[in-house]
Design a protein around this ligand. Sequence first.
Ligand SMILES: Nc1ncnc2c1ncn2[C@@H]1O[C@H](COP(=O)(O)OP(=O)(O)OP(=O)(O)O)[C@@H](O)[C@H]1O
Length: 255
Amino acid sequence: MALLEVNHVKKVYTTRFGGARVTALQDVSFAVEEGEYVAVMGESGSGKTTLLNILASLDRPTQGDVLLNGKDLNHIPERSLAAFRRRHLGFVFQDFNLLDSFSLQDNIFLPLVLSGKKYEEMNERLQPIARELGITELLAKYPYEVSGGQKQRAAIARAIITEPALILADEPTGALDSKSSDDLLDVFARLNANGQTIIMVTHSTAAASRAGRVLFIKDGMVYDQLYRGSAGNDEMYARIASVQTRLAVGGGRHE
Ligand SMILES: Nc1ncnc2c1ncn2[C@@H]1O[C@H](COP(=O)(O)OP(=O)(O)OP(=O)(O)O)[C@@H](O)[C@H]1O
């Protein structure tokens, strides 16, 4: 059984007064196995954020279903969704989403605090993660006292401290300079090498070239997929660029 199954997902937004309808996703199906690292690419407006929100159980599809570990997200009652997300998913956002009035350590503890964990357990989990991410010395600092790259590492610590089945990252390198982006992508690669499943929405060809598979979304459909196979990052980069060119000029889909 795949870790994540997305079956014929369609999403139509209807404006508040029943006016214009926008089909953000037409018919999206794919599966993600445990341990995969999948990048999702597509032009602005192609439906990436809509898809990520549905995978995150932050929004429900108009049609179709999403199964995480065989559990249909549509069947989780609204009141249990926040706890479900905390237990199974880790989030990394472009703008870090750290609370400014909390130290990095308290930001990282937040999902565990919400799950009612004791300080000793939180601290025991934190120390190896902070070491791995190189932020041990920064834990007492506040988000405004550290760099973007350091903020993003704290955000990753917060995402993985709950040991989620799946990390969902939305443009995680979007606000970082190229050195910090490379560092973040190294962290993702290491997490993935240790078995962490990651889905990352990105506009960056360099970021996507580090993933094991790239899914291209166009007009609310999966337009193409690239599997890394034995390709190195440079070859992957070139292959992604070539699909992007085909996407931009409106060439036929690869089936
Ligand atoms: N809440 C909403 N109500 C109505 N239409 C929406 C809503 N959210 C998104 N859309 C529309 O759905 C389509 C897909 O949007 P989405 O944000 O998923 O694209 P995207 O690929 O993430 O774009 P970007 O790369 O710019 O973030 C767009 O046409 C967008 O205008």
